[in-house]
Design a protein. Structure first.
Length: 189
């Protein structure tokens, strides 16, 4: 993993995506901080860096397809797909809706999904793993062989254990503790 790219993305995440305040997370848990990774991933340089770094995790896992839950996973999936193109890595991307679309093709899974492929579920930040596991269930129901969970950030609040229980390897770029420490370092300057 490129150390300088990782350090640069960590700095951007700490500056743009870390908020010290009480919030309720998607899992229903209370937290004294929030990570809004979309604020980082929608910046061109950060999207590039995230794609490059996450592509390394995805290719190391030997997957042919990536997918995740709308909305949080979509920009991360896009960043990885862009990096895959730059490096000529043949990988497909898709996302899972919260419910089946009621018009058009009426699909639960959108994008370039293909059954039978070795697949990784992707997310921006993982707390308990609940939304990623919802995506895993949907992709497995449609015939994907989901083997791995990949995240930009692990909040270290039970996601790793939930993925292990679901038979998934879990890989991530940053821990929440690293982002908190970098945010404190930036604030002290």
């Amino acid at each position: 993993m490129n150390i300088s790219d990782r350090a640069e993305l960590l700095s951007i995440l700490a500056r743009e995506s870390y908020f010290k305040r009480e919030v309720t997370l998607a899992s229903g848990r209370k937290s004294d901080f929030y990570l809004d990774c979309r604020r980082t991933i929608f910046l061109p340089r950060a999207a590039y860096l995230a794609g490059e770094l996450m592509l390394e995790l995805v290719t190391a896992a030997g997957v042919e397809q990536i997918g995740g839950m709308a909305v949080a996973a979509v920009p991360v999936i896009d960043a990885i797909i862009g990096a895959a193109y730059r490096h000529n890595v043949p990988i497909r991307g898709c996302f899972v809706r919260k419910e089946t679309k009621q018009h058009g093709l009426q699909q639960l899974i959108e994008g370039a999904f293909k059954p039978g492929l070795r697949t990784a579920v992707v997310d921006d930040a993982v707390t308990t793993g609940g939304s990623s596991l919802q995506a895993v269930e949907a992709m497995r129901a449609e015939g994907a062989h989901v083997t791995t969970a990949v995240a930009l950030v692990d909040r270290e609040e039970g996601g790793a254990e939930a993925f292990k229980a679901a038979g998934l390897d879990f890989k991530f770029i940053f821990s929440a503790a690293e982002i908190r420490a970098e945010h404190a370092r930036q604030a002290a300057r």
